[in-house]
Unconditional design. Sequence first.
Length: 175
Amino acid sequence: MEKFNQAEFNKVINSTVSGLQMFVRDVNLPKDIAGKYKTGMLIHELGYTDASHRVGGMVTSHRFTLLSNHMADLASFEQGTNWGLCVAQRGAHFLVLDVYEAEGHTQITLLHLPNDQWQIFEQVNFQMDSLVSNVREIFEKNLSSAPIPELTTADWLRRCAAPLGIADNGAPFPL
């Protein structure tokens, strides 16, 4: 494994957290799959990762909140769905920043890592307590909000049904 020096680490961190935006992907995860997500865990999603920039209430048990500065905004290509579709490239890596339960719902907060430098996060214990606190606050506020109707459709929920970084059998995808 390649070793990174402090200057390289600082550069990667700054490019990873600069201009972060929040995206959501609501899903009903089985308890055994949901229990696999732990703070500090690195995950690798093999496929594309669909999410929405539209944030509201929930009709599911779990929400992946993705913090990213490099999701592709494909909303302008939607044809009447109004999902606010944003997509992470195939093979994206994420760092689990937080797993948080409130009012019978669970939020799993993921930091989208740069594809070419995600390995640095294997070597450091990286925490963003202030950011996590803000994301939790937004989550709690949205629990009392009405769900966005377009994000409760069978098509959208089916599109987002799969867990991220974990196979249906509960095994994490290899990094």
